[in-house]
Design a binder for this molecule. Structure first.
Ligand code: CDP
Length: 256
C-alpha cells in the first residue's frame, strides 16, 4: 500500500480546491444507469467519482425456510460486498465484519421506503457489489439499491438517496473521497427519502461542533436533492427504454 506522509497532505489548498479539483460544496461526477442486467428483476449501477456500486434485486419471492416468514409483511435482506479488486490492497473474499455491519445499515436505510406490508410471507433480496471503492461506498450502495428496487417494480414511498458530508479542518465538505474520508476530521453519511423528508441513515465518524454538524447536515441534504433529481432522470430513461421495447414488440413471444 502507498504510504501517505500526513504532514505533507493538503486536503484543501489555499484556493479552496480539494484533492480531486472540487470546491467544498461540489459532488463528485455522478453516473447512473438503471436496468443493466437482464437476469435480475431490478438492477442499477451508480458511480460517484471513482466509487462504483452495482445493486441487484430479486423478489418478492416466497420465504424459505417458511418459519422465518413474517405473516404481515415482506422481509428485506440486504447484502453489501466489496469485490476483491475494489480496493488498493486485495480484499479477502470472505464477508468481513465491516461488510456485515454495512449490510445491516443499508437494510435499515432502505426499509422505511418500501411498502413491505404489500407482500406478506415473502422475501426481497438486495445484493450490492462494490466494484471500486474510493470513499462513500455505503452512500453509493444505497443510491444504487433504491433504484434497483424501483426497477424491480417494488412499491415504495419514494427513492432513498444518500451522500456524506464531512469536515476538513474548519471547512465542511460534500461527498468525501477516500483520502478525505481517511485523513479528514469527520464524516457524516446521510440517507433520506426526499419525497417525504424522512432521514433513514445518519452516522458520524470523527468530531464536529454542533454548529458545524448543522452546516454539514444541510450540505448533505442539498447534495441529496441534486442526486435525487439525477436518480429520477435515470429511472425515466429506463421506463422510456422499456416502453419502446414493448411498443417494438420485443416482449411478445413469436407465434411461429
Ligand atoms: O465506503 P464508506 O465511506 O461508506 O465506508 P468506510 O468504512 O468509511 O470506508 C471508507 C473508504 O475506505 C472506502 O470507501 C474505501 O475507499 C476504503 N476502504 C479500503 O480501502 N479497504 C477496505 N477494506 C475498506 C474500505
Amino acid at each position: 500500500m502507498k504510504e501517505i506522509d500526513e504532514s505533507k497532505l493538503i486536503l484543501i489548498d489555499s484556493n479552496g480546491i480539494r484533492t480531486d479539483g472540487r470546491r467544498w460544496n461540489e459532488l463528485r461526477p455522478l453516473r447512473i444507469r438503471v436496468g443493466i442486467l437482464d437476469r435480475a428483476e431490478g438492477s442499477a449501477l451508480v458511480e460517484m467519482g471513482k466509487t462504483k456500486a452495482l445493486a441487484t434485486v430479486y423478489g418478492p419471492k416466497e420465504m424459505f425456510p417458511k418459519h422465518m416468514a413474517n405473516p404481515d409483511r415482506a422481509i428485506l435482506r440486504a447484502a453489501y460486498r466489496m469485490a476483491t479488486f475494489s480496493v488498493e490492497e486485495r480484499k479477502k473474499p470472505q464477508p468481513s465484519r465491516r461488510e456485515l455491519e454495512l449490510s445491516k445499515v443499508i437494510k435499515e436505510a432502505l426499509e422505511p421506503a418500501i411498502m413491505l406490508h404489500y407482500y406478506p410471507r415473502t422475501v426481497i433480496e438486495v445484493y450490492i457489489l462494490i466494484l471500486q471503492a474510493d470513499g462513500g461506498t455505503r452512500t453509493a450502495a444505497i443510491n444504487a439499491a433504491s433504484l434497483a428496487l424501483a426497477d424491480a417494480g417494488i412499491p415504495m414511498k419514494g427513492l432513498v438517496t444518500a451522500v456524506a458530508a464531512g469536515r476538513v479542518g474548519d471547512q465542511v465538505v460534500l461527498d468525501l473521497n477516500d483520502v478525505e474520508d481517511k485523513y479528514g476530521d469527520a464524516d457524516l453519511p446521510v440517507a433520506m427519502i426526499p419525497a417525504t423528508g424522512e432521514i433513514t441513515l445518519l452516522q458520524m465518524d470523527g468530531t464536529m461542533s454542533s454548529d458545524m454538524f448543522e452546516r454539514a447536515l444541510k450540505l448533505a441534504i442539498e447534495g441529496i436533492n441534486i442526486i435525487y433529481e439525477r436518480q429520477r432522470d435515470a429511472l425515466k430513461r429506463r421506463f422510456l427504454e422499456l416502453k419502446e421495447k414493448i411498443l417494438g414488440g420485443e416482449f411478445y413471444a413469436s407465434r411461429d
